[in-house]
Design a protein around this ligand. Structure first.
Ligand SMILES: [Zn+2]
Length: 488
């Protein structure tokens, strides 16, 4: 493989003059027919790792992706680059669309597919009729039963790979501990003799780490930061209700354009809010963890956590949405004594307990009615995988224990009096932290002040607007007016 060729192709197809850390090795491994597990931090251009070698290999690239929005973004992104041989198969596709896509398969280069959909026999049979360049598993940590986004359907990808006659496989993730990586390789039946593991530091130097201890003044602190911090920001909450009320308060108190985003919103509203945030009409999003995957906004300047994140993996993924343009940004974790109990309760609610598991094992026919409940999905997975009830209960106990340990790590991070970055990296078995300047709130005094707005001339939002649709229309007008009058 000549170096020049890859770089030329990178420029020609994607417009980038050079590779970012880790991309080239992953591309070379795929081109050379090796299975790869690629771990690159959030926002470091993971998709290039499979998109570029697609042009050097004959056949279809199948990308298994866990989220509809993420899938849609990737499809749109490729189309914008002029690639028309791309399609997505998921629960949103009508049966007519599915038929059309499967018919067009020989002329496609990229097929994005959900883990549920790729298991259907008629799809597998059709995929077997075309040459497959390689199989990509995006967000591969979803395979891990111990990972934060465990998706039972992901565990079946190993079988899909077998049915597809073991195509070259690339698993991509941003945050996975060693144990999770081992699970990914086993589950995807990656042959150790022909597998390359390309693991890169999860650290993002440009994101400064601040922990702020609050005493009864968390809302006031939040308001102060939203008022003073420059640029776009995301604020994460563990509760939808608090995300909603904080958005209302911040809109009224700071004059910023703010909306909330969580799983209760209609799909249309989610897309609109995401779009408004991307184009800068909305400055601040008050979100739950439902927001972010696939949101590729380069200039998010701060991410604030109002509640303690559940685990270091999630924390890194969420703060990783900051500073994708590699300019400096700040991640602030606001902590008040007692916050840990909110997260603890959420964790207890997320897994099926003994009585639910026993019920599901006894009445598997009733599962359909509650299929949307993740707890039921997990229980159903164990049942359909023929795991004995006793082992399923023990597995759940172990997972609960792991979640407790992860939360306890986050609390230690908050209270840690040494370098926060080094402490966080240790979780991912990284021994050193090279950062010397502007690292974290224990290494650098007054770190946050560097990000504070000097000229805080703030526009007042209209208190008369009643719903968010009207408010957005209003924002459009305000945006146009401010664009017109910006040259004062
Ligand atoms: Zn530090």
């Amino acid at each position: 493989m000549k170096t020049i060729k890859l770089e030329d192709l990178l420029y020609q197809k994607f417009g980038y003059p050079t590779f970012r850390t880790g991309q080239k090795e992953a591309i070379e491994a795929a081109v050379n027919g090796k299975d790869t597990l690629v771990m690159l931090p959030t926002g470091s251009g993971k998709s290039i790792c499979y998109q570029l070698p697609a042009y050097l290999k004959e056949g279809l690239v199948i990308v298994i992706s866990p989220l509809l929005s993420l899938m849609q973004d990737q499809v749109e992104g490729l189309k914008k680059l002029g690639e028309r041989r791309v399609a997505a198969l998921n629960s949103l596709s009508s049966s007519g669309e599915k038929r059309r896509i499967l018919k067009q398969l020989p002329s496609l280069k990229f097929l994005f597919v959900s883990p549920e959909m790729v298991q259907y026999d008629f799809i597998i049979q059709r995929l077997l009729t075309v040459p497959i360049a390689f199989l990509v598993v995006d967000e591969a940590h979803c395979i891990s039963q111990w990972g934060l986004d465990f998706r039972p359907d992901y565990l079946k990808i190993g079988k899909v790979k077998e049915q597809l006659k073991h195509p070259v496989t690339m698993a991509l993730t941003a945050t996975a501990t060693k144990a999770v990586r081992e699970e990914i390789k086993t589950s995807l039946q990656m042959n150790p003799a022909n597998t390359e593991e390309l693991i890169h530091s999860v650290n993002r130097n440009e994101i400064k780490l601040v922990v702020e201890r609050c005493e009864g003044n968390k809302d006031a602190k939040l308001k102060e930061y939203v008022e003073k911090l420059n640029g776009s920001g995301i604020i994460y909450f563990s509760s939808k209700k608090k995300a909603d009320s904080a958005a209302v308060d911040l809109r009224q108190q700071t004059g910023r354009t703010v909306e909330s985003y969580h799983s209760d919103l209609e799909a249309d509203d989610k897309i609109k809010i995401q779009q408004q945030f991307l184009d800068g009409t909305l400055q601040v999003i008050c979100a739950t963890s439902a927001f972010g995957m696939g949101v590729d906004k380069p200039d998010v300047r701060y991410v604030i956590h109002y509640h303690v994140p559940a685990n270091p993996e999630m924390y890194l993924q969420e703060i990783g949405r900051c500073s994708r343009d590699r300019k400096e940004g700040v991640a602030v974790l606001l902590f008040e004594q007692g916050d840990q109990f909110i997260q603890k309760r959420l964790q207890e609610d997320a897994l099926p307990d003994e009585s639910l598991l026993s019920y599901l094992y006894k009445h598997p026919e009733k599962v359909k009615a509650f299929q949307q409940d993740p707890k039921v999905q997990i229980g159903q997975f164990y049942y359909t995988s023929n795991v004995p009830l006793g082992s399923a209960i023990r597995q759940m106990e172990l997972r609960k224990q792991l979640k407790e340990e992860q939360l306890s790590f986050m609390l230690q991070y908050i209270h840690h009096t040494g370098c926060k970055r080094a402490f966080l990296l240790r979780y991912f078995e990284e021994k050193t932290c090279e950062q010397k300047e502007n690292c974290c709130s224990t290494c650098t005094d007054h770190l946050l002040e560097q990000f504070i707005k000097k000229d805080s001339v703030i526009k007042q939002s209209s208190p008369l607007v009643l719903n968010w649709k009207e408010r957005l229309q209003d924002l459009y007008k305000m945006n146009e007016q401010s664009t017109n009058s910006r040259k004062i």
